[in-house]
Design a protein around this ligand. Structure first.
Ligand code: F6R
Length: 242
């Protein structure tokens, strides 16, 4: 695990965006795994700048990490909409090449299997962008999730629902209780895992991920087993690393 500590969230975004740009220059049809939430926003903004300066992303595909179950199609906080706004439109990706698990599907388990198959058919994820939950989750693989899991339905913990209430007008009752998430096994199959985190609220989770024992108690610790994982954190998020 390569750990890069930089002064602030904007620098986290710049370092992570440059890693992504390097891949796209080398492999114009790269497959990206994309996280939502606040952590990767500076990365997407910095990447957008590179696209404005000529980085060609016309051949890039993307697979979202996760999606809420039960929100109506087109709900502004569904990850399909967040990915459309923050990733597809900002970067000018081809919408046909951007995939999000179908949280509104009638048959969600089949939608999960089809999602895994679509990732396989695309040749696998070359670079998976990740944030980390304050409880150590990646994707929505909450503590106690299998470290070998694939895309499936999961129940969100009260901690994660409370953390995400900020996206739902601070109204906990509006936060879905279930989600679809790529599994840790799916994430470990990616060519490179690029995790970004900033702020002291992430310091404990970052330390447990990088320096704690590998285990389901901190799902992100499975990245210690990834063949190539890069963690880009600001000084606040790195503050509990030894
Ligand atoms: C989002 C995701 C989650 C977030 C995590 C951190 O697609 O998979 O694991 O990365 O909850 O969220 P933020 O960045 O909002 O603190």
């Amino acid at each position: 695990m390569e750990i890069i500590v930089v002064p602030d969230p904007e620098s986290v975004g710049d370092v992570a965006a440059e890693r992504i740009a390097e891949l796209v220059r080398r492999k114009p049809d790269a497959v990206l795994g994309v996280a939502t939430g606040s952590s990767p926003v500076p990365t997407y903004r910095s990447l957008e700048q590179r696209v404005r300066n000529g980085l060609d992303v016309s051949g890039v595909s993307a697979f979202a990490l996760d999606e809420y179950v039960g929100l109506s199609e087109g709900h502004p906080q569904s990850y399909a909409e967040v990915v459309r706004r923050e990733v597809t439109e900002r970067l000018g990706l081809d919408p046909e090449r951007v995939h999000v698990p179908k949280g509104h599907a009638v048959d969600v388990p089949t939608a999960c299997e089809e999602y895994e198959e679509a990732i396989r058919a695309a040749g696998g994820v070359d670079l998976q962008i990740l944030g980390i939950g304050s409880n150590g989750h990646i994707g929505f693989n909450e503590p106690s999730s299998s470290l070998a899991g694939r895309t499936r339905v999961k129940t969100l913990t009260p901690t994660t629902r409370r953390d995400n209430a900020r996206f739902f007008d601070d109204d906990l009752s509006q936060v879905p209780t279930h989600c679809i998430t790529q599994g840790i096994g799916t994430i470990l199959d990616s060519g490179l895992a690029l995790l970004v985190a900033s702020g002291e609220g992430k310091a404990e989770a970052v330390a447990a991920m990088a320096e704690g024992p590998v285990g389901a108690f901190c799902p992100a610790s499975a990245l210690q087993l990834h063949r190539r994982s890069v963690v880009v954190v600001d000084e606040a998020a790195a503050s509990l690393l030894t």
